[in-house]
Design a binder for this molecule. Structure first.
Ligand code: FES
Ligand code: FES
Length: 148
């Protein structure tokens, strides 16, 4: 099957039911997207499918065929959200952060000026064992003020 990932076409020979996360990491070595729980409970595996944040650990790869898949590798280094994460020094161990950033980009696309409650609600499915939540809120508040 053919997959469009980060504006490149990849031919992948994988069973249709295999989760997209496994295809990204094991077949294509795009390891920026992380495995946390495998049951859509942590957000570490978040990617965009046609611009919408989705958990790749539970998405059968066949359902991503014909769609535009974007992973953390497809987000430019100078993207305002990545820059805000650097400016605020959000990450600690970093493991959850690709998923946090993909979720944040989606949230800010839906609502460019979220208040703290909207940020908390929109990011609530993305867990961080290091407890970087206050810095995530700070970075997103900064983006909301500056406009993205
Ligand atoms: S690994 Fe997909 S939500 Fe946790
Ligand atoms: S920065 Fe360590 S899990 Fe989030």
């Amino acid at each position: 099957m053919k997959l469009n990932i980060n504006d490149q076409t990849h031919e992948v020979n994988a069973p249709e039911h295999v989760p997209l996360l496994w295809v990204l990491r094991e077949y294509l070595h795009l390891t920026g997207t992380k495995y946390g729980c495998g049951i859509a409970q942590c957000g570490a595996c978040t990617v965009h499918i046609d611009g919408v944040a989705q958990r790749s650990c539970i998405l059968p790869v066949a359902q991503a065929v014909g769609k535009k898949i974007t992973t953390i590798e497809g987000i430019p280094e100078n993207h305002p959200v990545k820059q805000a994460w650097i400016d605020v020094q959000v990450p600690q161990c970093g493991y959850c952060q690709p998923g946090q950033i993909m979720q944040a980009i989606h949230l800010l696309k839906e609502n460019a000026n979220p208040d703290i409650e909207a940020i908390k609600a929109g990011m609530s499915g993305n867990l961080c064992r290091c407890g970087t939540y206050p810095r995530i809120i700070k970075a997103m508040t900064k983006l909301a003020k500056e406009g993205t």
